[in-house]
Write a protein that binds this ligand. Sequence first.
Ligand code: THU
Length: 140
Amino acid sequence: MDKYARLCKAAIDMRSRSYAPYSNFRVGAAVLTSDGHIFTGCNIENSAFSPSICAERCAVSKAVSEGYKLFDAIAIAGAPSGGSLKYCPPCGVCRQVLAEFAGGDLTVILARSETDYKVYKLQDLLPLSFGPDDIAGIKT
Ligand code: THU
């Protein structure tokens, strides 16, 4: 199995861990670090709604908290519970979080299966993003 297929499978499998009693929309994500590790995440909703976290940010948080901050790719798999997988794009907040650690070169994979997926670059999904280089130049 090639690396994108493995990443897609990891994201798809993580949907089973999704905690989404309010939307019933299950999302799994898997990030591939530049040295080949995979960290997975799922969406975790909350009865107060705003504390909910998306699958992508869950996966990134797990990776960063374990000391991994360089990413090559992320696979995302999302659909309503019981429904068939669509190409599920990352929300705007997750795009911004991905840009913090991965930059525009990050490969973003929208997975419907291990063999059916679309590949994008983050810079095409979040052009002209505000990032670490921008804040470094800001003086108060
Ligand atoms: N969701 C994600 O996990 N990732 C995204 O990028 C889009 C949305 C989750 C949040 C919420 O739990 C559910 O999908 C419906 O919006």
